[in-house]
Write a new protein. Structure first.
Length: 97
């Protein structure tokens, strides 16, 4: 992982609710030396798409998984796992916090 996971979390919180970053839509944030992961409820799919667009800008190494309610096809939440960020502008933004 080539980014500070705590600074990345601050960036995600600001992206998920710009008027009030303390009221984040980011759930279950976890980070270790290999990756950072978090969930976003499906009702906030617009935020998930915004984050996916930002991460996909420069072929960042990440995965997106949809998790469904038991015994249904209905999506409960979207899980992201980020391994490496390749966007120099995003890295500079994160490092600048």
């Amino acid at each position: 992982m080539n980014f500070d996971p705590e600074k990345f979390k601050v960036t995600l919180n600001a992206m998920s609710n710009p008027p009030n970053p303390k009221d984040s839509k980011i759930k279950d944030y976890y980070a270790d030396q290999d990756y950072a992961s978090f969930n976003i409820d499906f009702e906030n799919v617009d935020i998930a798409l915004r984050i996916a667009g930002l991460l996909g800008k420069h072929a960042t190494n990440f995965t997106i998984t949809t998790c469904h309610f038991p015994d249904t096809n209905k999506i409960d939440y979207i899980q992201f796992m980020i391994f490496k960020i390749n966007d120099p502008e995003l890295l500079a933004l994160i490092d600048g916090l």
